[in-house]
Design a protein around this ligand. Sequence first.
Ligand SMILES: Nc1ncnc2c1ncn2[C@@H]1O[C@H](COP(=O)(O)OP(=O)(O)OP(=O)(O)O)[C@@H](O)[C@H]1O
Ligand SMILES: [Mg+2]
Length: 471
Amino acid sequence: MSLDTILIVDDEDSIRNQLRWGLAGQYEVATAGTADEARRMLRDLKPSVVTLDVTLGPAGAPPEGLALLDEIVERHPHTKVIMVTGNDSRENAIAAIRRGAVDWYAKPIELEELKVILRRALHIRDIEQAQSASAPAFRKRYHRLVGESEAMRRVFSLIQRVAPTDATVLVSGENGTGKELVAHAIHQASGRRDEPFVPINCGAIPENLLESELFGHEKGAFTDAHRTREGRFELADRGTLFLDELGELPTHLQVKLLRFLQDHLIERVGGRETTRVDARVVAATNRDLPALIAAGRFREDLFYRVSVVRVHVPALRERGDDLRLLAEYFLEFYGRHHKRRLRGFTQAALRSMMAHAWPGNVRELENRVQRAVILANDSYLRPEDLELESAGGSSEPLPTLQIARDEAEQALIVEALVRNAGNVTRAARDIDVSRPTLHDLMRKHGLDAARYRHPDLPGGEDEGDEPEGGA
Ligand SMILES: Nc1ncnc2c1ncn2[C@@H]1O[C@H](COP(=O)(O)OP(=O)(O)OP(=O)(O)O)[C@@H](O)[C@H]1O
Ligand SMILES: [Mg+2]
């Protein structure tokens, strides 16, 4: 075992020398006479403990000790600071402890006393290390959601505000963005946290079973109903019911759900009585519900009922440095889980992660890091371990799906306008949308039909020859 490094910061030569000799053998001892020298040594030696003179600094100038203490607490949280004060400056001592020093002692120095204080500081350091090894080290999180980007902070603050109410919440977002974790956080942050959180995936249960799964059934309600069974709504009584993939809920069940949201009554399949259930509903979807409404597959009245509050979970590519934070979180988590000691990512791996578009969002990142943790040969993960292309090489980063779609949409509209010499009605017919819809899309892409009109061809604007309506 190597010795712990102790850094003595004091502007009196005699004290530095006294301690250097007094502590040698038991510790690696380094000394610094100025704040700047101390900063350099903190960086290079990463001492376990610093003894820091409050009155550090040139005579006549304001002492620098407390300011340096603040810096160490902020930048070197693993280094413990013992503040050294003058004879009777209790005030300084108390201020130092408040600002994060672990201990203090007053000059003149009693070597044996100092040794006891040093051992105590190292003991504190050991306890903190043991704790951070056994508990998730990530404080940059909200419940189980890791993140500190602006976009995620907005989500956390919305959850915090909506959780204590009983309002129905609709969580939207792309695949793998963490919608279920958001629903769970809403439950955890609410007064219902000690009651059940009951998830059900509307898309994963065959339609003929879904109704009894949700609402329960009476004995004899159908051939296999040998006994009465409670549904998920009842199981979630006083707790939270999480309806995942709400867009997949069949229309006849949408009616029953709507009824529940209005009066909190449910009726089991084959039952004649209604039961009152106090379940809070949180629903999630990655589908565009307004589009499903337009297609006649989702009830508009239900949509307004469930989306009293909407929490949109941003895509991973919209979260800036959270990508790195999450990658490190998964590395640590799976490193521990699979008992593999990994130190981090190579610079190339970080670059390739930044360049990747993450269509599968956090779930994709989690899967790639976990696989890399299991398979990597080195203690630093490389792009190959993550099965990502090296960025900066030949491969351009992929565009996001949204950007690719927008570009394809724009190209198609331009093509239709060119072919029809700027005649919007005919262009709309060619690509099978209504005229108003095409006008909307042209506005979205900043396209002007006039640019595509050709003096020699029939074309031009053509108002009013088609009824206005949706696509
Ligand atoms: N902010 C986050 N911090 C930590 N883990 C996360 C975070 N977001 C998502 N995850 C993890 O990513 C995975 C996917 O999350 P989740 O299942 O909540 O996403 P989802 O949006 O419901 O996905 P889907 O649309 O496919 O149902 C889970 O393993 C989850 O633990
Ligand atoms: Mg989900």
